[in-house]
Ligand binder design. Structure first.
Ligand SMILES: *Cc1c(COP(=O)(O)O)cnc(C)c1O
Length: 341
């Protein structure tokens, strides 16, 4: 299939992941994560985050989020998240299922972001025994609509979290794109802002599968290995999850791939903004571009074989760039849009 913009998970594996996978495929290794690649991938993440955190690997982002959240709250607690968040709209109830019923409390907010006020309103709405007690704030960085929480915004949310004794979960399915865009250290975006648990995405940034669940609050990681195993997320041949991730995390490959995807999105956004009748719905910050297009343009693009989603975020068409998006293919898309507009 030609390159598409429907999702960054349409892309294949990056060369660093492939090379590491082949290298790990030599001889036998101890199963269930007691292999050198798993140890090294976890150590590399501790190095990248400049702290002694607990690291686990699971197959999907849905599992990462759901298992992480279920270790942050009891079944009678609630999780405050944005109404557009993946955990609410795209995980088939898995966070509620794995937490045995913890409720998601939805907040609205401009640009796909929660604010301290929205969070406080939700917390203060009810304080009685009849309502699930707010326990966690879940933030998506970058957000579902491709925007970013600034470090200042994260700090303000952290203050609210501290005030109301809330824990912070970060859905970082595209965490690399956030770091590449804000150009800050991974530590500055996470534990230094009070993030207790980060779901660190690998798949969308060039792996076949694999997400890391990183506990900065190590006490919350107690028995998490059992939680993963029970949920069917303990890979017996763990080295094949860990090695490609380690390959991508070696040097700056993971950041270079994210920088490339972000730069492609910046170019696409810039070009789309110049086409009459089209309107960018959100400021482009990471690797996604959201644009309002006339219905006949959307239909004509589908007819020409382009694949993209129109149901993510607030409507409009979403175009995602990935680690191996090419300028030529973006130009093909732009040419087709101009031709049918
Ligand atoms: C893709 C994505 C996930 C993970 O989805 P899976 O399909 O379960 O791997 C989680 N959060 C966000 C914001 C995503 O975009």
């Amino acid at each position: 299939m030609l390159e598409q913009f429907a999702s960054d998970n349409y892309s294949g594996m990056c060369p660093e992941a492939i090379a590491a996978l082949l290298e790990a495929n030599q001889g036998h290794a101890v199963a269930y994560g007691d292999d050198p690649w798993t140890q090294q991938a976890a150590d590399r993440l501790r190095e990248i985050f400049e702290t002694d955190c607990e690291v686990f690997f699971v197959f999907s982002g849905t599992a990462a989020n759901s298992l992480a959240l279920s270790s942050l709250c009891q079944s009678f607690h609630s999780v405050i998240c944005h109404e557009l968040s993946h955990i609410e709209t795209d995980e088939c109830g898995a966070p509620e299922f794995f937490s045995n019923g913890a409720k998601l409390l939805l907040g609205s907010g401009q640009l796909g972001k929660l604010t301290p006020d929205t969070i406080a309103d939700i917390v203060l709405k009810r304080g009685d025994i009849h309502y699930p007690k707010p326990k966690v704030i879940s933030l998506t960085q970058p957000t579902e609509v491709g925007t970013l929480y600034s470090l200042e915004e994260l700090a303000a949310i952290r203050a609210t979290a501290d005030h109301h004794s809330l824990r912070i979960h970060m859905d970082g399915a595209r965490f690399a794109n956030a770091i590449a865009a804000l150009n800050c250290s991974p530590a500055d975006m996470t534990w230094k802002q009070g993030v207790d648990v980060l779901c660190f995405g690998g798949t969308k940034n060039g792996l076949a599968a694999g997400e890391a669940v990183i506990f900065f609050n190590k006490a919350l990681a107690e028995d998490f290995d059992y939680r993963c195993k029970q949920a069917g997320h303990l890979a017996s041949k763990m080295r094949f999850i860990a090695a490609p991730l380690l390959g991508a995390l070696t040097g700056e490959a993971w950041l270079d791939h994210a920088r490339h995807a972000n730069a492609c999105a910046a170019y696409l956004a810039d070009q789309l903004a110049q086409i009459p009748g089209l309107k960018l719905l959100f400021p482009q910050s990471a690797n996604g571009v959201f644009v309002e297009m006339p219905e006949h343009v959307i239909q004509a693009l589908y007819d020409k074989g382009w694949k993209f989603y129109t149901f993510i975020g607030d409507g409009g068409a979403r175009f995602m760039c990935s680690w191996n998006t090419t300028r030529d293919r973006i130009d093909d898309l732009l040419a087709d849009i101009k031709a049918v507009n």
